[in-house]
Design a protein around this ligand. Structure first.
Ligand code: HEC
Ligand code: HEC
Length: 56
């Protein structure tokens, strides 16, 4: 994903950089995906199958 960087999903990393032991990943899914993958731009969006493609 060239144009969708870590912070687009995870938010600013400043907190994580201040304390690397604090978790970086916590986010509310699929709501966080839906901000971009809305019905107009991504009608076929399905969290389970889409997450499988980018799981990390
Ligand atoms: C398309 C959205 C998206 C992008 C872009 C993205 N992530 Fe994630 N990431 C997620 C989701 C969703 C999870 C799973 C979160 C969960 O289970 O609460 C996750 C999990 C993680 C975790 C595990 C966190 C934990 O506490 O177990 C790390 C670390 C992480 N991401 C780092 C990164 C880094 C570094 C980048 C950039 C190279 C990145 N992510 C890009 C959506 C994304
Ligand atoms: C900041 C906006 C944004 C967020 C948030 C986001 N995406 Fe995306 N996603 C995109 C864009 C834009 C593309 C098309 C990328 C391209 O063509 O380079 C894409 C493409 C994808 C693709 C490739 C398949 C396709 O339809 O092109 C998958 C899979 C995907 N996203 C999953 C997710 C998941 C899962 C989440 C939530 C954890 C998520 N995305 C959150 C913007 C976002």
């Amino acid at each position: 994903m060239t144009d969708v960087q870590c912070e687009a999903c995870h938010g600013p990393a400043a907190e994580h950089i201040k304390d690397p032991k604090a978790s970086y990943g916590a986010m509310e899914t699929p709501r966080a995906c839906r901000g971009c993958h809305d019905p107009q731009n991504s009608a076929a969006f399905d969290y389970t199958t889409y997450w499988a493609q980018i799981a990390h």
